[in-house]
Design a protein. Structure first.
Length: 306
């Protein structure tokens, strides 16, 4: 077929609204071989479910990656950072393929979820997400085991993970990815610069991270909240409550590694013999080490008691 004929045929296909493939011009074989395997029963396929989770008068936008199989599956609640540009949903897909249900949600006042964003609200919202998954009808629909829920948080999500796990003895394992001890940072700035200047410096740092996806809050108000709650929120204050849990503490080259390594050391000193630490040489979002990050998380999840 010459080039003019090809152009003529392509034009005809476009007019008819048909995508033309030159391979389709050949006659189809009479015997195409065995038919593909039948798909999995609808009730056991991997799916994605969307929902709104109630939390203190607001409905949080959420979704669950549901693993294939009848289950019940262990579950991960994946907590995003501040403001949440890196959502780690590639990890959610990988964890689902490994047999885990994964819940992702947006805190009140973040990314279109109604309400006002604050650190206190984020802590409450994480507890609300746990309570939601533990409802028998929800657990049944999502084919998950409410007794096997793991918290995994990135950056500020790591802060939320530590707060929620310490408050909930039923959480037997948690993981942090470059966790930011927000309250500790605020106290360090106040100690160095004085209260007024320290709060101003913390507010400036929060503003630089990006406030556009958040509503009902200001950088100054959030910085003040961290200072006011620092004594109860800093990671060292949570060691006693977490010393009997299984933990994965992942770090990167973002400047947060020393405080996370100190947290791991404090847990071990308190008697926790189930603390795993992994360091990857990359940025805060693990931008060029996503595969290694996934392998580390999946290996740790696979090591947890069944």
């Amino acid at each position: 077929m010459n080039s003019r004929s090809i152009r003529t045929l392509l034009a005809a296909c476009l007019v008819a609204g048909v995508a033309w493939n030159p391979c389709q011009a050949q006659a189809a074989p009479k015997h195409a071989g065995p038919s593909p395997a039948s798909p999995a029963p609808t009730g056991s396929r991997a799916t994605m479910e969307t929902m709104q989770i109630p939390s203190h008068g607001a409905l949080m936008n959420a979704l669950v990656y549901v693993a294939a199989g009848a289950g019940p599956h262990p579950a991960v609640i994946l907590l995003h950072g501040f403001p949440g540009n890196e959502r780690n949903l590639d990890l959610a897909q990988d964890m689902r393929r490994a047999g885990w249900d994964v819940l992702y949600f947006n805190y009140r006042g973040s990314w279109g979820t109604p309400g006002e964003f604050s650190f206190s609200h984020g802590i409450e919202d994480t507890a609300a997400a746990l309570a939601y998954l533990r409802q028998p009808e929800v657990a049944g629909k999502l084919r998950l085991d409410p007794a096997r829920i793991v918290l995994i948080g990135h950056s500020m999500g790591g802060f939320m993970t530590v707060q929620a796990a310490a408050a909930d003895p039923a959480i037997k394992a948690f993981a942090t990815l470059s966790a930011a001890d927000m309250a500790w940072h605020a106290t360090q700035l106040v100690r160095r610069d004085g209260e007024s200047a320290g709060i101003k410096a913390m507010a400036s740092g929060l503003a630089d991270e990006g406030m556009a996806p958040l509503s009902g809050c200001t950088p100054d108000g959030l910085a003040r909240e961290l200072v006011d709650h620092a004594a109860g929120w800093v990671f060292p204050a949570k060691v006693a409550a977490l010393k009997n849990r299984t933990a994965l503490i992942l770090t990167s080259d973002d400047g947060l590694a020393p405080e996370n390594q100190a947290f791991a050391a404090d847990l071990r000193k308190a008697g926790d013999s189930h603390v795993t630490t992994v360091h990857l040489s990359t940025d805060h979002a693990y931008s060029d080490r996503r595969i290694e990050l996934s392998k580390a998380v999946l290996a740790w999840l696979a090591s947890l008691p069944k």
